[in-house]
Design a protein around this ligand. Structure first.
Ligand SMILES: *Cc1c(COP(=O)(O)O)cnc(C)c1O
Length: 365
């Protein structure tokens, strides 16, 4: 699905030098590389504060910890996403309220958010799934009307633009992941929080560091969540390439779109209004009931294809509260049976794309 090796080989000298310099300096924890990466990412995103942390799941958890929510408070998010988003809500004793997504864009549906609001609702977590932004104008409008926090899960959409703003910098807090296969991936675990609110940034910086605002004075329960200096050094090499990586992904998606335009059993990914797409995933919908067969056919030719995601979160054993009705989730219910993601990364060349697309066409002929 990804080719991290080929990407590394193109920047090997810079990466190797960068890693070696951290080892030479022995500044492994909170060293200058972390501070420098933080400043460079703030500039790239045009956001006042970046707070690096250990991974994307921690980022989401820490974001919610900074909002002073009480057990039982409700957080609205999408039924169709990676589980981390919902996991942290439950870890903090909060209640997740899952809503349906749009069938064409896979993104959380603002109308469904509106319907799910109760007096206990305190926050919304829009997930910028597969690399494009949810309808942030509408979501911020709903949040303002009801006095809610918005935490953007931008683990899959770093670098995407929404009306001239970067994904993750529009809500109160943005949370992202530098997991190796993400659009800006390091060589291990990593994550970060973004906010333009200096008071929130202060809280987040304390929480990531054991709730400590003054050395050895612990004002609240925090966590230990840090971005390693070695990972920061790697990210500093990769950040200047992020725009070119996004373009390479878009180019591959364009190739796929053109190749599949004439296949009536396939729907190409819908484009959200007002967001550009950085194609963390290229996800087709197979509408003739043969998704699993297509997956098997591609795999028999050595082409990986993945189902993101096969089970709606409301039906996962860990999060099944029994309070949902199937008829409220017509789109998620269809998507789990139809979605198929094809290889998508920065190193796909025309030869590979030709092989993948002609194999898909062969299946439908
Ligand atoms: C990857 C991902 C996360 C979690 O990031 P980790 O760094 O793996 O903890 C959270 N939300 C979404 C949507 C993701 O894709």
């Amino acid at each position: 699905m990804v080719d991290l090796g080929a990407q590394y080989r193109k920047i090997k000298n810079d990466i190797d030098e960068s890693i070696q310099s951290v080892i030479d300096s022995c500044a492994f924890i909170n060293g200058p590389e972390v501070k420098n990466f933080q400043a460079e990412l703030e500039e790239y995103l045009n956001v006042k504060n970046v707070i690096p942390c250990g991974n994307g799941t921690d980022a989401l958890q820490i974001a919610l910890m900074a909002l002073d929510l009480k057990p039982g408070d409700e957080v609205i998010t999408a039924d169709f996403t990676f589980a981390a988003t919902v996991e942290v809500i439950h870890l903090l004793g909060l209640k997740s309220v899952l809503v349906d997504v749009d069938y064409d864009t896979f993104l959380i549906d603002p109308d469904q958010i509106r319907k799910a609001i109760t007096p206990k609702t305190k926050a919304i977590i829009p997930v910028h799934l597969f690399g494009q932004c949810a309808n942030m104008d509408e979501i911020m409008k709903i949040a303002n009307e009801h006095n809610l926090f918005v935490v953007e899960d931008t683990a899959q959409a770093i670098g995407a633009d929404y009306k001239g703003n970067k994904a993750g910098t529009i809500g109160h807090i943005g949370a992202t992941s530098f997991f190796p296969s993400k659009n800006l991936g390091c060589y291990g675990d990593g994550g970060a929080l973004f906010t333009n609110d200096d008071a929130l940034a202060h809280r987040l910086r304390g929480i990531v560091n054991h709730g400590m605002y003054k050395r050895y004075y612990h004002d609240e329960i925090g966590v230990n969540s840090r971005l390693d200096s070695i990972q920061a050094a790697i990210l500093r090499v990769k950040l200047p390439h992020l725009n070119e990586y996004s373009s390479a992904r878009r180019k591959a998606a364009e190739y796929y779109n053109q190749a599949f335009a004439g296949i009536s059993e396939l729907k190409i990914p819908g484009m959200a209004a007002d967001s550009n797409h950085v194609f963390h995933q290229y996800t087709l919908r197979v509408t003739n009931g043969k998704r699993n067969e297509l997956k098997g056919f591609l795999e028999s030719k050595g082409i990986p294809a993945m189902i993101y995601y096969p089970v709606p979160l409301r039906k996962q054993k860990a999060y099944d509260t029994g309070g949902y009705h199937d008829e409220d989730f017509p789109n998620t219910n269809k998507l789990i049976d139809e979605v198929l993601s094809l290889p998508m990364h920065t190193e796909l060349d025309d030869e590979q794309l030709e092989f993948i697309t002609s194999s898909v066409k062969e299946f439908f002929n």
